[in-house]
Design a protein around this ligand. Structure first.
Ligand SMILES: Cc1cc2nc3c(=O)[nH]c(=O)nc-3n(C[C@H](O)[C@H](O)[C@H](O)COP(=O)(O)O)c2cc1C
Length: 222
């Protein structure tokens, strides 16, 4: 598989086999991801690898937060309340594809709750990577961590692994901090569910998400 094929093949995996990912393979992935470019080579990424009992504890804490209608709180301004129209349209289209595929009316709590729970259970992935940086570093670090993460998603394909970036851990950042004892000076950006894809899982057969054509997001200056 060459790089372009890998980029085209990658998609979010939301159904996993009950097979653990070895620590050796997780280290292999991080060993590749760390080669990503970063401003001044600062390498601002930090990763908490959560598996086993710690994973159960984290999932239960997040599920409790949902059931208790806890306040959702990010460590950073994840998304503006008022989005530019075309971006809101892309986001709405994504939600529509997911809800239609799943046959969910998002206004019906009893239909929506299991969907939210699956997210907070990391789709039963055997490992969750919590991606962090220093709170005081500045938003430029997010660029570096985007590159780090994409490298990790692609490297995972080579090991037969699937990934899904998620906001589950960051939308209840205070709970993730306290459950994993992550110090307050660390900024929890997002999580990555990691495991062996269950090819026959319903959610892994969801239609692929559309992308805007190049001319919608590109200007040439000559
Ligand atoms: C920062 C970030 C957060 C995301 N959060 C979630 C999430 O909470 N739940 C989920 O199912 N997918 C989540 N996604 C996955 C996106 O929905 C997905 O990447 C997008 O729809 C494109 O689909 P694809 O990755 O399968 O091509 C997230 C992706 C990113 C990069």
């Amino acid at each position: 598989m060459n790089t372009i094929e890998a980029i085209k093949k990658r998609r979010c995996i939301r159904g996993f086999l009950e097979k653990p990912v070895s620590r050796e393979d997780i280290v292999k992935l991080l060993d590749i991801a760390r080669l990503a470019p970063s401003s001044h080579n600062m390498q601002p990424w930090e990763v908490a690898v959560v598996t086993g009992k710690a994973l159960e504890k984290l999932k239960n804490a997040l599920l409790d937060a949902l059931h208790n209608r806890a306040h959702r709180h990010f460590d950073y301004n994840y998304m503006a309340k008022e989005l530019p129209n075309h971006l809101k349209a892309n986001g709405d289209a994504c939600n529509q594809i997911v809800f239609e595929y799943r046959g969910i009316d998002p206004k019906n709590w009893f239909q929506l709750a299991p969907h939210l729970e699956e997210n907070l259970r990391f789709f039963d992935a055997p490992a969750e990577l919590v991606i962090m940086t220093e709170k005081s570093i500045g938003e430029g670090a997010f660029i570096d961590i985007g590159a780090f993460s994409q490298s990790l998603y692609l490297a995972a394909l080579d090991l037969g692994l699937g990934t899904c970036p998620q906001v589950s851990v960051s939308q209840y950042a205070d709970i993730t901090h306290s459950t994993l004892n992550i110090p307050e000076n660390k900024l929890i950006l997002f999580g990555i569910a990691l495991g062996y894809p269950n090819e026959s899982a319903f959610l892994n057969k969801m239609p692929r998400m559309p992308r805007m054509p190049v001319d919608k997001f590109t200007i040439f200056f000559e």
